[in-house]
Write a protein that binds this ligand. Sequence first.
Ligand SMILES: Nc1ncnc2c1ncn2[C@@H]1O[C@H](COP(=O)(O)OP(=O)(O)O)[C@@H](O)[C@H]1O
Ligand SMILES: [Mg+2]
Length: 452
Amino acid sequence: MSCFPCLRPRVNEDSSKVASISVNSEVNTLQDGSTASPRGLPPKAVGALSFTMAELNRMTSNFSESHKIGQGGFGSVYQGKLHDGRLVAIKRAKKTRVSTEFENEVNMLSQVEHLNLVKLIGYLEEGDERILVTEYVTNGNLRRHLDVILDMSTRLDIAIDIAHALTYLHYYTDRPIIHRDVKSSNILLTESNRAKVADFGFSRAGPSELGSTHVSTQVKGTAGYLDPEYLTTYQLNVKSDVYSFGILLIELFTGRRPIEINRPSDERVTVRWAFTKFVDGKLRHILDPNIRKTATVMAILPGLFELAISCVAPSKTERPNMKEVQESLWNIRKAYQAALNHQRENQIEKQESADLESVRSPRNGGSERADSAKPRRSEDRESSRFRSSRLSESETVRPASSQSGSEKTESGRSRRQSESESTRNHRLNGSPESPDLCSPHNDRPLDALHDP
Ligand SMILES: Nc1ncnc2c1ncn2[C@@H]1O[C@H](COP(=O)(O)OP(=O)(O)O)[C@@H](O)[C@H]1O
Ligand SMILES: [Mg+2]
């Protein structure tokens, strides 16, 4: 375990959100000497509406409990309705909360636009009130869903959506944006379980100059998701988001929070526990008990795990970038869908043979019926093939159509190179398990921890 990140979570009283570890004051100059983006709201937060307190009171029935949909370190979130009928989320800062988070969130959200990012509608800044209005995302946060049930396909789609959002933030905005608080409660799900990254309170502009790799700044983030290198050096880089994403990926397929304080000590830090299982050749034990351990799921688990482990490499230089991560995820999802299709075809063929056997048997009417059954069976096969090709088609089409330039990826060669490097660095003595169809369901009940 020597190559493993040293995780020393710092948890404050009511939440694990590390508002700021004030060992180092905020440095607004970059490593290369240039200045970071100025504080304060942009002169015109593009397209953002400005609300009055009276309007917001009306929309939320005076911020009543019945309108409340969420709670975070920053404040409470309420649902409201605009005059045009659109539903919105209204985030009201605690009076005690310093306003930089609010300004940050308005600033960043007004600069970005992506299908997988929550959309800014408007805001209010009046006296000591700081209120942010964003599009309402129907299915709430990802963490809540992991506590109930989500199939593997949906989990993969969610991981890819988040990877798209982060790739866009890191590579396709005027200046790289580092989210700094990538975690399951900051991922919102739409009606159709598409993911949107929210909560830009801690986000920060990355280095602007070519060649500069980081900004020096005080540490902000959430315990368990926080990049240990940033924690010790105060050097923030896009790869800090990659680290958090790796932790989130492990959460996605284990169902466990990064830190599980109510578990035995060797299971409290999920990434360590999972890594130990991997080294011991027991990777199947880390799978969320809510996911069926089918052959197809077990076949992609080693690849998913290795990807997650490469993201949480101790040093940023060893971690893949988000473009590479999204490309790996596409490949994993493609393999998963292909295996599912293959499985379906096999099932249909087995069914066909069974049908044929039963109609051929003299007791069931003999060969005439067997002949009449033939055309229908081949139609079934055709329609199954059609379904398969549709699925694989959607696999290749979806990334290209989903958003902006974020899908343009670096060459396959460099990806393969860094992939094999990361695999070399992180694959320890234990080899990944081979898929095990018959593994017993040897798992835990769902934990009862609550997210901050
Ligand atoms: N736009 C939204 N649509 C639906 N629910 C939301 C929305 N924004 C926030 N929430 C809910 O409120 C919670 C806290 O919101 P968040 O923006 O993360 O606040 P904080 O900065 O206080 O952590 C989220 O985890 C989610 O459950
Ligand atoms: Mg939050």
